[in-house]
Design a protein around this ligand. Structure first.
Ligand SMILES: C[S@@+](CC[C@H](N)C(=O)[O-])C[C@H]1O[C@@H](n2cnc3c(N)ncnc32)[C@H](O)[C@@H]1O
Length: 258
């Protein structure tokens, strides 16, 4: 056995060489760059939500699904009435109005056990469990409780890579590290194919999706993504999401209303 072979049997050296290989892998480095580029984008979800609320004359009612630490978004929202829903999985203090899952909240709202079943929101922000099946349900329920001229806003619709879009939140050794957008994009793309609603996505803060029942902020998608393949999504990202800047969004909305 050569000295080199003998040295390579030592665990610390194996970790060093394997670790060096992984961390210098070109995919790993490219995904880390994508995370840095996304973080550098400046429009925040709270700006988009506050802009939509600021356009309403009179009292405004806001609902946030999935709150975690309210200082990051909920506390920044300017609305006359604000309601929050979160079962408290990620933030122990969980200072919300309704400490339950979104499914339970909507069921209770239907039955008049919380608020009133006549309640309609100007903006509903969906940012709870980031798995497609749950986001799909949240969109379906939100469509029933948002005002006709109101908006549904969704966080994390534009994952830069399949590592950001992994299903398993807790796996942090991927090239995306702790960043996680989950599979929200699949639910958003599914609803982008629905002809009875309008939708688009603002290219900042990991993709801020917006859905409207009556305002033409973007026509529906003709060609979906039958198998929800990430590679297809990445290649046609701009069209799949109807991706644009916050400035474009504001301009489109103003002209949709004229
Ligand atoms: C990404 S964090 C929310 C971040 C917050 N909206 C913001 O803008 O900073 C996701 C939150 O969703 C909550 N959550 C998980 N499953 C949920 C569910 N089924 N219904 C509602 N919230 C859920 C978690 O407890 C967590 O606090």
């Amino acid at each position: 056995m050569s000295i080199k072979q003998a040295l390579l049997r030592l665990k610390p050296l194996q970790y060093y060489f394997k670790g060096r290989l992984v961390l210098n892998d070109i995919t790993h480095l490219a995904v880390q760059k994508q995370s840095r580029e996304e973080i550098a984008k400046t429009t925040a979800r709270s700006q988009v939500i506050n802009y939509l609320l600021s356009r309403v004359s009179g009292e405004t009612t806001y609902l946030e699904i999935g709150v975690r630490d309210p200082s990051k978004n909920f506390d920044r929202i300017k609305a006359s009435k604000k309601y929050s829903v979160d079962p408290g999985i990620e933030f122990a203090p969980n200072p919300v109005d309704f400490p339950v899952t979104s499914d339970i909240f909507f069921e209770q709202l239907d039955k008049g056990l919380v608020l009133s079943p006549q309640t309609r929101f100007d903006v509903i922000f969906i940012d709870g469990l980031h798995l497609a099946e749950q986001v799909d349900k949240d969109i379906r329920n939100a469509l029933r409780f948002v005002k006709d001229d109101g908006f549904i806003v969704l966080h994390d619709c534009n994952p830069p890579s399949e590592w950001h879009a992994r299903e398993t939140h807790n796996y942090r050794e991927s090239p995306a590290g702790n960043f996680w957008n989950g599979t929200t994009w699949k639910a958003f793309v599914k609803w982008r194919c629905e002809p009875s609603i309008f939708s688009c996505c603002i290219d900042s803060d990991w993709g801020v999706g917006v859905i409207s029942k009556t305002r033409n902020i973007g026509l529906h998608l003709q060609e979906g993504n039958e198998f929800f393949e990430f590679s297809h999504f990445a290649q046609h990202r701009s069209k799949q999401l109807n991706l644009g800047s916050f400035e474009d969004f504001k301009r489109n909305l103003e002209s949709a209303i004229k």
